[in-house]
Design a protein around this ligand. Sequence first.
Ligand code: NAD
Ligand code: IPM
Ligand code: MN
Length: 370
Amino acid sequence: MAAGKRKKIAIIGGDGIGPSVTAEAKLLLELYQERAGLPIDLWELDLGADRYLRDGTTFPNQIQVAIQRECSAVLLGALGDPRVPNLEHARDILFGMRFGYDLYANVRPVRVLSDRLVPLKGRTAKDIDIVVFRENTEGIYVGVGGQFKRGTADEVAINEDINTRKGVERIIRAAFDYARANGRTRVTMADKSNAMRHAHELWLRVFQEVRAQYPEIQSNHVYVDALCLYLIQDPSQFQVIVTNNLFGDIVTDLGAALQGGLGMAASANVHASDPARVALFEPVHGSAPPLAGKDVANPFAAMLTAGLLLAHLGWPEEERRIERCVSRALDQGMCTVDVGGTLGTRAAGAWVREQIAAELGPAVGTSDPG
Ligand code: NAD
Ligand code: IPM
Ligand code: MN
């Protein structure tokens, strides 16, 4: 997208706590429109379980196409509602974007914004600074498979794990490119090639080929079970982790635990080799149905996700500002109960926005009376 052109951001609150945490992130983007004059336009979409239950709509093709044509980014809350047990709408919307826009890199930073949140004895925030590159368009998530003799004593259920040369290579390359561009010196690839000897032998072989092209970056391979062990024993040995779709999903919930919980974990879904394509930004957490409508959910994961979005659109200093202000909120206890505070969702979001507003100064276009 050409510099100076306005950037349109689609917003989908979704289900459960999604709408309330996304509302805080949206207010943050509006603050940036008003106070910093960022050339962004917000387009709120009514999609999710309520809409599905009302009229059967999941993810209309014309919306999918309009987002791809017109938007630079999508900000998504979360999808998943107990009233829709088969999660049809959630899959259509979430995978409709991840697969439909070929957002092959799910980038999930595991950073801790306050020492207080580190759950490991003897460790501080500086010991945990990892970015997980999760393959996002293949693996067990493709939905290839089926059921046979369903409901009988002889039933069979199959999900195929699809790994293509192109898919494996591009996510491993994205991890190395990220390391190279961001001063990271180490990349770790995690698989289960000892058990999944067809699919993950491909991962291992491609990893050996790609790593040879990045001689300045140290790289190693670990089995994913051992990775879980090492992440708890000594997370400081990891900088960039690359893995498949399913393992990346699981490992990043473990990573969220290192960050202070799912209320703190942000993520970006990008077509890494072409950042001009529409990208999807969503917290790592789900819709947390038991917390919905109670003003208790932590909005920081969604707000930090808006920070990733702004960095992606060309304002990396604003991502740092958001992190800094969230960090201040945590240090001063101006946060929700899951991270040791007493505030509700709205009050915690507002406190961080006030800090950001104070740093940004008076609104663009207004004169400073001082
Ligand atoms: P979840 O992430 O919703 O909740 C897991 C735990 O983390 C719960 O204890 C919850 O209370 C807590 N938690 C999550 N977000 C929080 C926040 N912002 N503040 C405070 N606590 C928070 O995972 P789940 O319970 O396994 O799934 C619930 C639904 O969400 C399911 O339908 C699942 O499929 C869906 N889901 C959707 C997404 C997505 O849309 N990106 C991601 C994960 C799960
Ligand atoms: C995530 C979620 C999704 C996933 C679910 C809702 C399908 O857990 O984004 O981490 O597994 O990718
Ligand atoms: Mn997950």
